[in-house]
Design a binder for this molecule. Structure first.
Ligand SMILES: Cc1cc2nc3c(=O)[nH]c(=O)nc-3n(C[C@H](O)[C@H](O)[C@H](O)COP(=O)(O)O)c2cc1C
Length: 198
């Protein structure tokens, strides 16, 4: 069975996103697969410079970034993984800035020479992997998923690294007290999602 990489863009220790990712990770392990959780808040990842050095050379392998920081090892982990859990809370209608900073650095997955108007994603024709998307917000989950950019951003992240989305967990109505526990119905949904991921 494969190796699953979780990338979590929440700022908060043991907040709702951490709890959801942890629950998914446990379900993945219980099913006999390996899981690795990366907390973006603990990584040293600089902002993309938009220099596009990494996009100039063709090929399926990610381009080389001019910045030498935590992203180098994270790209290696992304390459080695067979599936992904991509998670970010919704702040001001979008994935957190922490997640967006990571996301912009994924431009290494684009072949985009200067003469082209738009990029071609290196993994577009690669063997597809699978992903689960996780987000949280104060608004009802269904509204959050439709109204905010978060779901689109997580989906785009998945596409760029070469994975098809097999399920989404959008946890709403969770910001009315500081230490909300993950509701049981989401725990049940997680068990269903993990079966699709593995
Ligand atoms: C700066 C900030 C902006 C937020 N913006 C929104 C928003 O636009 N819509 C929404 O429904 N919730 C919003 N929220 C609530 C967060 O989505 C919620 O606190 C978060 O999902 C909890 O995730 P966590 O427990 O992993 O930190 C915001 C919270 C903060 C602190």
């Amino acid at each position: 069975m494969g190796k699953i990489l979780a990338i979590n863009g929440s700022y908060r220790e043991n907040g709702i996103t951490d709890q959801a990712v942890e629950e998914i990770a446990q379900a993945v392990e219980a099913a006999g697969a390996e899981v690795e959780v990366v907390l973006l808040r603990k990584q040293v990842i600089e902002f993309c410079l938009n220099c596009r050095e990494c996009t100039q050379r063709a090929g399926e392998a990610p381009g080389a970034c001019v910045l030498r920081d935590g992203m180098e090892e994270l790209i290696n982990r992304i390459e080695r993984a067979d599936g992904y859990i991509l998670a970010a809370p919704t702040n001001f209608g979008s994935a957190t800035a922490l997640f967006k900073r990571f996301m912009e650095r994924l431009i290494v997955y684009a072949y985009w020479p200067w003469e082209k108007n738009s990029p071609a994603y290196r993994k577009a024709k690669a063997a597809r992997k699978r992903s689960i998307l996780v987000s949280s917000c104060a608004a009802p989950g269904i509204l959050g998923r439709l109204m905010y950019g978060t779901h689109k951003q997580l989906k785009m992240t998945s596409a760029v690294i070469g994975a098809d989305v097999v399920g989404t967990l959008f946890i709403g109505l969770i910001a009315k007290d500081p230490h909300r526990a993950l509701p049981d119905r989401h725990r049940r949904k997680i068990r269903r999602l993990v079966k699709k991921l593995l």
